[in-house]
Design a protein around this ligand. Structure first.
Ligand code: GLC
Length: 515
């Protein structure tokens, strides 16, 4: 069962989707209350970002107990209710798995702090003595993805490794207990009926023996890790971890794994998608491509090349909880909105799995968050030079004209801007020209029109600043105009366009599907 090969997956950032109890933070019962909306949108599955017990140093990506629900999000009964209801709505459920690190409040890490250097408790993480005569320099020169050194010193003088925030100590993947525990977690959620996993930092986990210095003090961000000469990521041993995960998941038919793979080289990326490893993998090529036909085409070609070598299915995303929203990335304002709509049609025409991040269907821009309300650890760790990811994690506006917007009856955990009123789900459902209506129609066509077949892409000649392609063996053509000129549409009957067209012309910042 490979339902995921042409699926549209909707990423639910649980904190920001729907709040059922008025504490200002989204929760699992909130998600359940909005399943009708996801069904209406026509998506096949939802991916829930971490809802596990956590002190929220990185908003849930710091997991203190991977087999329980944090009270702010509900409890296991709420999770079971959600899975049952989602399945009744014909929606599959993927959950996030965070195998690279735990929270510093995980019982293992607390035990490690209480234990002595060299103890089995410490051996589940990476504890090392420091360098320098007094051991007061970090054991190596690695930096944290969020800024600053990747090491923190504990009271007895040893240091521990954390590639992300201080509250996210990296697990030691040479320790069999770490393997056994992940296997237990996989089965725990599979037995509760989940349809798969999104795997956080899938290029992490394994570390090179001896933790050697980086050649240069590379300090890469979330999307650019795993470059040549960066020993922190993409270590050979990680593939054994994926083989173990796959072996467990294969006992449960129809389940899927999708990895966050921040590896730039196509061949190295493809290795994660070999038949006994992950089913799917995110890359960041489209997320990083500016809105030009050349860059977009290159991102698509590179992504296809990275999966073709291993006959894997490509995965496309224009946004996530880690990157600036498409509307803002493409220039903001009305132009940013048109461009984001055009890119949505482009991704939905491509072969493979498409992931839509909550709020993207509404054309939400990044929100301006005042300094004092910022919560992302990137803000503190960068010494207030990087504002972090809060601007694209603002809660979803459902209805009404004032903050809260049907997301919560309380005070939202991040301030929701004034002026979201015209962007709410309720407003956009009423308007056939809205971003939401466009996405609904596109998803529907993708599911029902016979043109969405073929696993490769054929490019056509196109005017400067434009591109056009069809899927091999299909008659469906997607054309995109990133230039400043109006250009003729390719031949064919118009199926859908990202804004209304005059005659047979494709205006700037627009995409069209023709059959
Ligand atoms: C992934 C997540 C990101 C998180 C990081 C550390 O990149 O997408 O949100 O901060 O891993 O877990």
């Amino acid at each position: 069962m490979t339902w995921w090969r042409e699926a549209v997956v909707y990423q639910v950032y649980v904190r920001s989707f729907a709040d059922s109890d008025g504490d200002g933070v989204g929760d699992l019962d909130g998600v359940r209350s909005r399943l009708g909306y996801l069904e209406l949108l026509g998506v096949d599955a939802l991916w829930l970002t971490p809802f596990y017990t956590s002190p929220m140093a990185d908003h849930g990506y710091d997991v203190a107990d991977p087999r329980d629900v944090d009270p702010v999000f509900g409890d296991l009964a709420a999770f079971d209710r959600l899975v049952t209801a989602a399945h009744e709505h014909g929606l599959r459920v993927l959950v996030d798995l965070v195998p690279n690190h735990t929270s510093d409040r995980h019982e293992w890490f607390r035990a490690a702090l209480d234990a002595a250097p060299g103890s089995p408790e410490r051996a589940r993480y990476h504890f090392r003595p420091g360098r320098g005569p007094d051991g007061d320099e970090p054991p190596n020169n690695w930096s944290s993805v969020f800024g600053g050194p990747a090491w923190t010193r504990v009271s007895d003088g040893e240091w521990y490794l954390h590639l992300f925030a201080t509250g996210q100590p990296d697990l030691n993947w040479t320790n069999p207990e770490v393997w056994a525990d992940l296997e237990k977690t996989l089965r725990f959620w599979l037995d509760r009926g989940v349809d798969g996993f999104r795997i956080d930092v899938a290029h992490g986990m394994s570390k090179p023996e001896g933790l050697p210095d980086s050649v240069a003090a590379v300090r890469t961000g979330l999307l650019t890790g795993g470059r040549d000469g960066d020993p922190r990521f993409d270590d050979e041993g990680v593939h054994d971890v994926h083989r173990m995960i796959r072996a467990v998941v294969d006992h449960y038919p129809g389940r899927v794994t999708v990895g966050e793979i921040s590896v730039q080289d196509n061949a190295r990326f493809g290795r994660y998608l070999r038949p006994d490893e992950l089913h799917l993998g995110f890359n960041s090529r489209l997320l990083q491509a500016p809105f030009t036909a050349t860059a977009v085409r290159r991102a698509v070609e590179q992504s296809l090349a990275s999966t073709a070598a291993v006959s894997a299915t490509p995965t496309w995303a224009l946004g996530s909880h880690d990157v600036s929203r498409p509307v803002t990335r493409y220039g903001g304002g009305e132009q940013g909105t048109w461009r984001a709509r055009a890119m949505a049609l482009l991704t939905l025409a491509l072969p493979g799995t498409v992931v839509v991040y909550n709020g993207e269907e509404l054309g939400l821009p990044d929100a301006e968050i005042p300094d004092e309300a910022l919560q992302d650890p990137q803000w503190e760790r960068s010494g207030h030079t990087q504002r972090g990811r809060d601007g694209f994690r603002v809660p979803v506006p459902w209805e009404g004209g004032a903050p809260g917007y049907g997301f919560t009856t309380g005070v939202p955990w991040l301030p929701m801007p004034d002026g979201y009123g015209r962007l709410t789900v309720a407003e956009q459902l009423e308007d056939t020209r809205s971003s939401l209506s466009l996405l609904r129609r596109a998803v529907e066509l993708r599911r029902t029109h016979p043109g969405f077949t073929g696993t490769d892409v054929e490019w056509f000649g196109a005017p400067v600043g434009c591109l056009a392609f069809r899927r091999t063996g299909s008659t469906l053509v997607c054309a995109l105009n990133t230039s400043t000129d109006v250009v003729p549409l390719p031949p064919g009957d118009l199926l859908l366009s990202s804004r209304s067209l005059d005659d047979d012309l494709l205006p700037p910042d627009t995409a069209a599907w023709l059959a």
